[in-house]
Design a protein around this ligand. Structure first.
Ligand code: HEC
Length: 314
């Protein structure tokens, strides 16, 4: 009796420690999943035989590398326009199922599960940086199709660097219930290669690119980054301020109400301060060391993003 119970106890022990073996069709590579080094892709991981995760592919070399890995379908969960034509050049199909940082709506989670189960694989799931929304989608997908436990999904998100600032993304995995075949069969059979996102999401995608430029400029010591010679430091800050000003005029900003517009005004003021710091500092003069005013203004501008996201997005 005692010995007969032992395997059960062992199994339960494994379950409780979150290490239960997967029972799905795929071999579970992780978590911990295998980090990959791919050109033009950051934060790349192999989650299972059929599922890869990472950032938005940049340039032909990135798409070529995915194809070489064996990938057949890309699933973007990001608001940016997927490069459908470029992907097609490498024989890769795109499926666009975007969601926000505040979580994965249950219908979107179902569609992700359905796509992962039905499209030609292996699949590469990505958001912009491959850290937050993408890994959350991978968690849902692997729970649905690879027998991952909730704990495995959470562990993968942590491994990929999903921030605790996005509890909605974690909740999407904690609360995910694996759909059955009948449920999936009721969904539409086709998937969009590209969907239109709201004006606000579009504006944020733009802001994010602008912010990436400013980060690169900061990292280059407030000079033009060697690998992006076209960037004009003060000009990027000005464009950021203008983007905020534009946003204040959109119907969406109006419907979001006064506290949201106040955040936008503050963000614009801080972007203007960064612009002023970069314009007056001899950033291009040789021998300039750390530019204190620019560093401070940059920090302030970054706080605009996080403060507003905390209040209105996450
Ligand atoms: C005034 C408020 C506000 C400010 C300031 C702000 N954001 Fe946002 N951001 C939002 C909201 C709200 C969303 C969610 C939009 C949605 O999903 O409908 C969002 C979404 C995003 C997204 C996700 C877009 C997608 O693909 O779905 C990114 C990326 C982003 N913001 C980056 C930034 C960056 C970088 C900054 C600062 C340079 C910034 N945001 C400043 C309110 C703000």
């Amino acid at each position: 009796m005692k010995s007969a119970l032992r395997p059960l106890a062992l199994f339960l022990g494994l379950l409780l420690s979150g290490l239960a073996p997967a029972q799905g069709a795929d071999t579970v590579v992780g978590p911990p999943s295998r980090p990959l080094h791919l050109p033009g892709i950051e934060n790349a991981f192999q989650a299972t035989d059929r599922v890869f995760s990472g950032s938005q592919p940049e340039g032909d070399e990135a798409f070529a590398a995915l194809r070489k890995l064996g990938v057949r379908t890309l699933i973007s969960v990001d608001g940016a326009r997927p490069e459908v034509e470029r992907a097609a050049k490498f024989g890769l199909r795109y499926v666009h199922l975007p969601h926000g940082y505040d979580g994965i709506p249950s219908n979107t989670a179902l569609r992700l599960a359905q796509a992962a189960a039905t499209v030609e694989g292996p699949i590469f799931v990505h958001c912009h940086h491959g850290k937050h929304r993408g890994p959350a989608a991978v968690g849902v997908i692997c729970q649905a199709t690879a027998g991952w436990s909730t704990n495995q999904a959470i562990a993968f998100m942590k491994q990929a660097g999903t921030s605790a600032d996005y509890p909605g993304l974690y909740r999407a995995n904690l609360g995910f219930r694996v759909p059955d075949a009948a449920e999936l069969a009721r969904l539409p059979a086709d998937f969009p290669a590209r969907v239109e996102v709201s004006g606000l999401v579009d504006a944020m995608v733009e802001l994010d690119h602008r912010w990436d430029h400013l980060k690169a400029i900061q990292q280059a010591g407030w000079k033009v980054p060697a690998n992006q010679p076209d960037l004009v430091p003060a000009g990027e800050a000005k464009l950021l301020a203008e983007a905020y000003r534009e946003l204040q005029r959109t119907p969406e900003a109006r419907t979001k109400g006064e506290p949201f517009r106040e955040q936008l005004r503050q963000a614009e003021t801080r972007a203007e301060a960064l612009h002023a710091a970069l314009k007056t500092s001899p950033a291009s003069a040789p021998g300039t060391f750390v530019l204190r005013p620019a560093e401070d203004a940059f920090k302030g501008a970054g706080q605009s993003c996080t403060a507003c996201h905390r209040q209105f997005r996450n």
